[in-house]
Design a protein around this ligand. Structure first.
Ligand code: PEP
Ligand code: MG
Length: 582
């Protein structure tokens, strides 16, 4: 095949060279592994039983159809039952298990993909549409087989895995997180924006990734050779040997530069004029703490606790219990060895759906998300607050609340925290009664009514990802409007700089924990605004530190003031570029 290049939105830097591992939408939900000879019949039976269960499910649906249900509905169920009985589905996958030793899920998906491809070739539009029925039947059986979604294992040792590049139409943040346990070389998706949560997790893995590629997953074939240029947002498919060689050299150079950076680990982050800057880590799970310590973070500035809650299908009762949460929070606190851990309360919704709260909202980003959801589920919220408070007996903990906008929401939240404390006292459970409580400033209304927050909160943390989304009315996960998602829009800069300066005026510490904090192109601008606390993925920390070590506030501050008075987009971009070059 001839080489070709695709362009997308760069979300995680670096270069990855490897072979494509395509995740079909259905394949996302299945594990791929080879079974041993003696497991074959058990695996065949597992699949037969799953098919049997779906038969019974369909019969039940049929029986329970309301009398006035449209006739097509019954016909539709009949079609599904027929498909399920067809040897194509009822027998072929069993042969795949017996001959290729695939696990049941993999065998089924292989057969469904095969049939789907055959249907694509059919001229007749009606028949072509039956492809969807086959896929739906397949998904029903898969659901019975798997219960929950699982991702493919990298085939082979670490080395082989590192060379596998995942290509998918879309990957949910929860699935992306599960890639953490497996080493892949890079990620490419058709959908997604710069600061979607999927992109953020890819960045935290420090693996090159490009999103918003439109049709990449349709154009790339399994096992194609790929090069991801994560800095440029470019994907090269089937590169020529010459291009391959150039990228191998660039990759080696990048690795050497990173190694050099590691010398900065133990150095304090101080500007040339002697101003100390705190660099903290953003984490998704307690297991990220060693990387934060390794990068020399002075604490955790954002523990996105929702990742403990995501990917658990079912009802509220399936969510992590107070004890399970407590164990996770304590694990993070102990791993940080006396450095503060800022635990953010559940920030669920929008592109981080929890199954139970799921996508029924007309506009999820503006819906019942984050603190709004917590205040609507007080028992669940109290459990989380108790778990966080209990962890504070083991080391310094700060409590951070997302998406606050109204004074009464702050009051209700603080009242709930007091209630959780009273419950713990009554039960004679230890906790730190002085745990600082802070608010995320990520809704423009919050940034414009800061005195409400200053009066009630111990610290503030600016969530630039959402602040940009809500200020500019740009869905952060939508690639169609990704070009309009601009951290340097003067309205964003105004809200950021006023929050930082008002915080400083009233002695309330302000940090930035959105993605802007980890972007070296913006480090000096933020320093110039007066920011002294940055929280980012551990992988970004040393590059930001290097930028700080080379910065001189005396020179930066006057230039930043000028930028804050500028309105024209290009003039701002050029001035920020000059600031970097100073
Ligand atoms: C933010 O909005 O900037 C933030 C840090 O939180 P999240 O990305 O999890 O919404
Ligand atoms: Mg946010």
């Amino acid at each position: 095949m001839a080489s070709f290049t695709l362009h997308g939105i760069p979300v995680s830097r670096g270069i990855a060279i490897g072979r494509a591992h395509l995740l079909a939408p259905a394949a996302l939900d299945v594990r791929h592994y080879l079974i041993a000879d003696e497991q074959v019949e058990a695996e065949v039976e597992r699949l037969q039983q799953a098919i049997e269960t779906v038969h019974r499910e369909l019969q039940t649906i049929w029986r329970e159809l309301p009398k006035d249900a449209p006739a097509e509905l019954g016909a539709f169920i009949d079609v599904h039952a027929l498909i399920l009985s067809d040897p194509m589905i009822a027998e072929m996958p069993l042969d795949i298990i017996r001959t290729r030793y695939y696990n049941a899920e993999w065998a089924l998906v292989t057969q469904i993909d095969e049939l789907s491809a055959q249907f694509d070739e059919v001229e007749d539009a009606y028949l072509r549409e039956r492809k969807a029925d086959i896929q739906q039947v397949g998904e029903r059986v898969l659901k019975v087989l798997t219960g929950t979604a699982a991702l493919p294992e990298p085939d082979g040792g670490d080395d082989a895995a590192a060379r596998m590049i995942v290509v998918a139409h879309d990957i949910s943040p929860a699935d992306m997180l599960r890639f953490k346990e497996r080493a892949f070389g890079g990620f490419v998706t058709d959908l997604g924006g710069q600061n979607s949560h999927t992109a953020i997790v890819a960045r935290s893995l420090d693996i090159p990734a490009v999103v918003g590629m439109y049709k990449a997953s349709a154009l790339i074939e399994q096992d194609d050779w790929l090069i991801i240029d994560g800095d440029a947002g470019v994907l090269i498919v089937d590169p020529s040997p010459k291009v391959m060689e150039q990228y191998r050299e660039r990759h080696a150079r990048l690795m050497r530069e990173r190694k050099k950076l590691s010398r900065l680990k133990k150095m304090p982050a101080v500007t040339r004029d002697g101003t100390e800057i705190a660099l903290l880590a953003n984490i998704e799970l307690p297991d990220d703490c060693p990387a934060a310590m390794e990068a020399g973070a002075s604490g955790v500035g954002l523990f996105r606790s929702e990742y403990l809650f995501m990917g658990r299908t079912g009802s509220l009762s399936k969510l992590p219990s107070e004890d399970e949460q407590f164990e996770s929070y304590r694990k993070a606190v102990l791993a940080m060895k006396g450095r503060p851990v800022t635990i953010r309360t559940l920030d669920i919704g929008a592109d981080k759906p929890l199954d139970v709260a799921e996508q029924t909202a007309l506009n999820p980003a503006l819906g019942l998300r984050a603190i709004r959801f917590c205040l609507a589920e007080p028992q669940m919220f109290l459990e989380q607050l108790r778990a966080i408070l209990r962890a504070s007996a083991y080391g310094p903990v700060k409590l951070l609340v997302p998406m606050l906008a109204h004074g009464f929401e702050i009051d209700q939240t603080l009242a709930m925290i007091e209630q959780a404390k009273t419950q713990l006292r009554d039960a004679h459970v230890k906790f730190d009664p002085l745990v600082p409580v802070g608010a995320m400033i990520e809704i423009p209304a919050a940034a414009l009514t800061l005195p409400l927050f200053i009066k009630r909160m111990d610290f503030l943390s600016i969530g630039t990802n959402d602040l940009i989304q809500y200020t500019l009315a740009i869905d952060r996960a939508d690639h169609e409007v990704a070009h309009l998602y601009n951290p340097l829009h003067p309205a964003v800069l105004y809200l950021l700089s006023t929050t930082i300066s008002i915080g400083a005026k009233y002695g309330v510490p302000v940090s930035v924990c959105g993605e802007m904090a980890g972007d070296t192109k913006l480090t000096r601008l933020l320093l110039g605004m007066g920011l002294r606390e940055f929280s980012m993925h551990p992988a970004q920390l040393l590059s930001v530190k290097q930028e700080i070590l080379n910065s001189d506030l005396d020179a930066i501050v006057p230039q930043t003031k000028k930028i804050l008075r500028t309105l024209e987009h290009l003039a701002i971009a050029e001035a920020v570029e000059r600031l970097r070059a100073m």
